[in-house]
Design a binder for this molecule. Structure first.
Ligand SMILES: [Zn+2]
Length: 126
C-alpha cells in the first residue's frame, strides 16, 4: 500500500504500526525458513535413497529462496516505515504523526501533508 493511501485509510500512527507488524511478520517467516533449512540439511545427512535426498535438496532451495525474499521484504518495509516516521514531526509545532494527507505527487513520490494541530503544511517523500 502506498504511503498516502495508507495514511488516508488508517491515519499515520495506525499505518506506521501496521507497517512495523507486517515487516516483523516477514522476519518471523525468515526465522522459520532458517529452521526449515537446518531440518532439511539434517534429513539430507540421514537419508540414503536418492529420492529422499532430492526432496531434502528441494526443501533447502525452497526455504532459502523464501527466506531471502522474506528478509528482503522485512528490510524494505522497515526502512520505508522508518523513513516516513522521520518526516512525521511537524516542522512548526513538533507534533508527531498528527497530520492529514492533502495531496500527492506520483511522479516525485511525495505527498503534501497538513498538521492537525497548527495547520502547517510540509512535504513527505515516499
Ligand atoms: Zn504543527
Amino acid at each position: 500500500m502506498r504511503l498516502a493511501d495508507g495514511i488516508r485509510k488508517h491515519g499515520f500512527r495506525k499505518w506506521y504500526e501496521r507497517e512495523l507488524l507486517q515487516s516483523h511478520a516477514h522476519l518471523v517467516l525468515t526465522f522459520f525458513c532458517m529452521v526449515g533449512v537446518f531440518a532439511a540439511v539434517e534429513a539430507l545427512g540421514r537419508n540414503r535413497a536418492w529420492s529422499d535426498q532430492a526432496v531434502s535438496l528441494l526443501s533447502i532451495l525452497l526455504c532459502v529462496a523464501i527466506g531471502l525474499w522474506a528478509l528482503r521484504r522485512y528490510m524494505y518495509l522497515l526502512s520505508h516505515a522508518e523513513a516516513a516516521a522521520h518526516q512525521a514531526d511537524c516542522p512548526q509545532c513538533k507534533a508527531y504523526g498528527r497530520f492529514a494527507v492533502e495531496s500527492e505527487n506520483d511522479a516525485k513520490q511525495t505527498c503534501e501533508v497538513c498538521c492537525r494541530k497548527c495547520q502547517h503544511r510540509w512535504t513527505i517523500s515516499d
